[in-house]
Write a protein that binds this ligand. Structure first.
Ligand code: AMP
Length: 190
């Protein structure tokens, strides 16, 4: 099983690179942001709860996300592996993922961390907001999402670095060049 965590700030290209990785390695994709947006669209209780956090650029509470993830993970158990996109986002989520995979006789194979300058992130997110109409891609929410990334999410890099699984990848430049850097790192751990 090839379990890849694609990691990085909002706007670092996780979704774009995930699509290419899925195609190349035949992996299942779990994007917690996509799952939550689906729940909002469906008008479920989970969606209603998540909406308030997402619109403010805050994280949905760990217990909610971890329960949701466990359910989605079981639905992908026949795949060759999973690409985790937007999860984990906190140390407790990282620990929960390690435990969940261990229970299933698996582990995180590699963490790909896309490194992009802050000015470029803001620029990309504002452009995405104009194109996709994602309600959280506006200036105020972007600022809070970047703060959340710095304070709550980026400490996970040290968590995975200690496990020898962190691969920092320069995430600026052409999409295909970035993808080539990622696949080189993954092919080394396969
Ligand atoms: P994303 O599409 O990954 O940028 O996620 C959009 C929003 O969904 C985030 O700003 C959070 O409010 C929420 N969200 C997505 N994934 C998580 C997660 N792993 N933990 C907490 N909140 C999340």
């Amino acid at each position: 099983m090839l379990n890849i965590v694609i990691f990085g700030a909002p706007g670092s290209g996780k979704g774009t690179q995930s699509e290419k990785l899925i195609e190349k390695y035949g992996l299942a994709h779990i994007s917690t942001g996509d799952v939550l947006r689906g729940e909002i669209k469906a008008g479920s209780a989970l969606g209603k709860l998540a909406e308030g956090y997402i619109s403010k650029g805050q994280l949905v509470p760990d217990e909610v996300i971890i329960d949701m993830l466990a359910e989605v993970l079981d639905s992908k158990k026949d795949s060759k592996g999973v690409i985790f996109d937007g999860f984990p986002r906190t140390i407790p989520q990282g620990e929960a993922l390690d435990a969940m995979l261990q229970e299933r006789g698996q582990a995180v194979s590699a963490v790909v961390s896309l490194e992009v300058d802050e000015a470029e992130l803001v620029d990309r997110l504002l452009k995405r907001g104009q194109l996709s109409g994602r309600s959280d891609d506006n200036e105020e929410t972007i600022k809070s999402r970047l703060d959340v990334y710095k304070n709550q999410t980026s400490p996970l890099k040290e968590h995975y670095n200690k496990q020898g699984k962190l691969h920092g990848i320069p995430g600026m430049g052409k999409i295909d060049e970035i993808f080539a850097r990622i696949t080189e790192a993954i092919d080394n751990v396969k």
